[in-house]
Design a protein around this ligand. Sequence first.
Ligand code: 4AD
Length: 575
Amino acid sequence: MADSIYIDEDVGIDESSRAGTSDSPFKSLQFAYLQQAEPEKATYLTRKSATGAVPEGSDDAARLEWKPAAKSALKKAHNLFAAQRKKAAKEKEQLALREKEEAERRAVLEEARKVVIEEDPGLPSAQRIRLYQKDVKLRPASGDGERGARVRVLGRVHRERKQKDILFLTLRDGYGFLQCVLGPPLSKSYDALTMTRETSVEIFGELCEVPAGAHAPDGRELQADFFRVLAAGKAAGGKDAITNRVSAGGDTQTLLDLRHLTLRGEVASKVMFVRDAVEFAFHTAYKEERLRKVSPPALVQTQVEGGATLFKFDYYGQNAFLTQSSQLYLETCLPSMGDVYCVEKSFRAEKSLTRRHLSEYTHIEAELDFITFDDLLNHLEAVVCRVLELVMADPVVGGYVKELNKDFTPPERPFLRMKYADAIDWLREHGIPNEDGEEHKFGDDIAEAAERRMTDAINRPIFLTHFPVEIKAFYMQKDQDDKRVTESVDCLMPGVGEIVGGSMRIFDYDELMAAFERTGIDSGPYYWYTDQRKYGSSPHGGYGLGLERFLAWLCKQHTVRDCCLYPRYMGRCTP
Ligand code: 4AD
């Protein structure tokens, strides 16, 4: 390359193929400088233009001349060159280091492939245990010579940690966790060195108390003498490792798209364990109260809670809906079965995205015959408290509730009973406006935000009763002492708001027909419902409890979306 490097800011081109001569100049000093092996040694001649478009004799003629590059420009070019050289050197060094490490790792793995591990036939045969099993002999930490049981466990790697030659694996099987300790030669095998989270493994060894000062689930660990990765092979690692796909605090929508993986996390799975226990506790509590379980249809042709949230579909050419509530069907069971309940899905085409609305939710509904409104409230309170008692009495599940909601204490009985009219006064006194930003007045629907503010301030379960006829469903019985209001109840919980809606039902035929008329609902398709009032009507009532809302309260979850397996809400129907 020439000793003098030419830069023409007009027609030069910044390409490495250029010679940098006056016939083949670069466009910028910086680029020209970076092309040189020893840039400090060259001289740089620059000019503004060589197009010849400048008329001779004009002032711009000077622009045609090659001049030495300005000192300041040279300094700038040099600084950039120096910085780039430094960066390149560092990158080269890092690459070399990576290659060295990679080569070392390859060599270690090559060696590891030669390590053959086999189960020692001389050892006592291993007893298969589930990770929850506690009735297994442990070798005492004191090491007084007693042996622990030799066991065989199956599970997925929940966590893995290497410490020198020892590989610690925490196994998970849905029933518990167990720390497994793999020393040499197991830890030097290929499978141990390439172990990834979520891999399913089978591990054999002796169960031991953990040494004093060390911590492990249930205070024990499995000193492995043999292990194998199960047939399906290792779980994805590297970029595709589960920890790179889902992590606590990750983007909400991504976590929901990957709910099948999120569910493996400790918080999500604890909520699901509590859910299982709560559902079971409701069954137990209802059986104790002698209610019978029934299973009403999900595909229906009648509404219960207003047309706005109906999911319509074509049913062999007829209009049909996904059920909003099984209530009306439960009412039809009373004459033959006595008090009944169901745990079924309800569907609401909610057009808003709130933290307590789902499109599909689990609805726990009960219907009781020959009762008063007070009986209804007392029953509801007793069932909610009994369910909590049963759940908290389970040492494992009660423990999960305490981990998720550390301040949880079962509510005191009786629950606060507050009439709607008193709630309106309370909201006015506390300056909480209605949806139009005005002072609350009798007849207003208490919106979600106001309801929550009041519930959070009172900070205990509230039975809010006696809502005005106009803002409640058509089937609700009027209060005989004040016909403006219904014998209705919402149970409100701090942090969530309404978790239960219930009422006494209109049991008089004519009154029910008038309610259909008033609300503009055609009573024709309800013949099976209105017939109940023709053939031995009775004072009766019931309620529906949203399981996900109950769990959001109990497990202190921000949203009901985290309280079901695969949430459905406006815009989401996957996975
Ligand atoms: O107050 P709701 O609409 O009452 C009924 O459906 C009655 N027919 C029930 C009955 O008396 N058998 O709903 C009852 C409960 C609410 O308190 C709430 O907990 C839950 O169902 N719920 C929802 N949960 C999640 N997402 C939604 N979109 C919900 N809509 C109601």
